[in-house]
Every structure is written in structure tokens, then in C-alpha cells.
Design a protein around this ligand. Structure first.
Ligand code: ISJ
Length: 181
């Protein structure tokens, strides 16, 4: 089992999601990252020479495996599960887990199943219909050493997908000297 699966999946699974206004993130530097409504990949690109995605796993997930929360957000449907690690200059920055309902993988959106190592954000945010909502955040670390995660729903042509992201220790969001841009 890969390190990512072993360490990061349980962290994301344990997240107690909160609305941003219920947390301390607003007005902070890292808050600007967590609240990004546009593409996170595009923003990361501005903080490294080479932004890459490594595809850890892509499998089909039966609707019975969804949590109640997930069902409420994307429907009671079978999904494609995509797990990736986003890297800046080879350093792991984010572990991301995306649920793409099979009902979303229709028409123009069929290509979402074939992204491979192309960042999902590059595909989604070039589409004019793209939008993000239902954004929640969680600190899965401690108060002294926060490890931030967020979950949000993306819409493409009114079809949903659900992305959960865990911001790893080396991610630029923790670097105070870097202003958000
Ligand atoms: C959703 C975005 O895409 C990023 C890329 C992902 C992928 O390739 O699977 C997953 C989550 C995101 O952090 C984004 O850039 O905002």
C-alpha cells in the first residue's frame, strides 16, 4: 500500500468538516488558499517551476460506499474514484481524492475518466460552465501544527463532482513569507 494511501486517506476520512466561517481561517494567508474558488492547480503553478500530478489510483466505487454527506452532495450514484498527489518541483503538496459520479461522465464530460496525470483543475476551469460550491474545511492536525484539508463540489455543465484535498506539510499555503497570489 502506498504511503499516501496509508497515511493520508485516514486523515481525510477523519476530517470534521466545518463551514469556513466556523473556523479561524478567514483573513489569514492560508485561508486565501483554502477559500480559492478558482483552480488550485493554476495557483500552485505560480509557486513552482514544474507543477505535476501523479495518479495514485483510479477505480470505480459503488454507491453503497458513499457516506451520507457525499450522497447528499452528489447523489446516490456509482462513482469513479480518482486519487492523486499534486507536486511542486517534485515535492508532494496536496493529496486529493475526487468522486466523479458515473452520471457526470456523460456527453462532453466523458473525458474526465481519461485525465491520467493531467490536473483536473486544468480541464474543469477551462470550461465556462465551471463553478465551485459547498466548500468546507477541516484541521486534521493540531492547533499548534495545523494540517488543513478542504472539500468542495465542482459543477461542469450542471453535473457535480466532489473533491477533497489534504494540504501536506510542504505545501506553499504554510509558508508565511509567501503572500497569496
Ligand atoms: C480541482 C482542481 O484540481 C486539482 C487537481 C486534481 C486532480 O488532478 O485530480 C484534484 C484536485 C485539485 O486540487 C483545481 O485545480 O482546483
Amino acid at each position: 500500500m502506498s504511503k499516501f494511501k496509508q497515511l493520508y486517506k485516514p486523515l481525510l476520512d477523519s476530517a470534521q468538516w466545518l463551514a469556513p466561517e466556523e473556523t479561524v481561517i478567514e483573513g489569514t494567508e492560508f485561508g486565501h488558499w483554502l477559500l480559492e474558488l478558482d483552480s488550485l492547480s493554476r495557483r500552485f503553478e505560480r509557486h513552482c517551476q514544474a507543477f505535476t500530478v501523479s495518479l495514485e489510483e483510479q477505480t470505480q466505487l459503488s454507491r453503497e460506499c458513499l457516506t451520507g454527506d457525499e450522497r447528499a452532495l452528489i447523489g446516490d450514484v456509482d462513482c469513479l474514484l480518482r486519487k492523486v498527489v499534486l507536486k511542486g518541483d517534485g515535492v508532494p503538496w496536496v493529496y486529493a481524492r475526487t468522486l466523479i459520479p458515473l452520471t457526470t461522465l456523460t456527453g462532453q464530460e466523458q473525458d474526465l475518466a481519461q485525465l491520467g496525470e493531467m490536473p483536473l483543475g486544468f480541464r474543469v476551469f477551462t470550461d465556462r460552465s465551471a463553478r465551485r460550491d459547498a466548500l468546507v474545511v477541516a484541521n486534521v492536525g493540531s492547533e499548534d501544527r495545523p494540517v488543513w484539508a478542504r472539500r468542495s463540489r465542482l459543477w461542469l455543465n450542471d453535473k457535480p463532482l466532489l473533491v477533497a484535498e489534504l494540504f501536506l506539510q510542504e505545501a506553499p499555503i504554510y509558508k508565511e513569507s509567501l503572500s497569496w497570489k
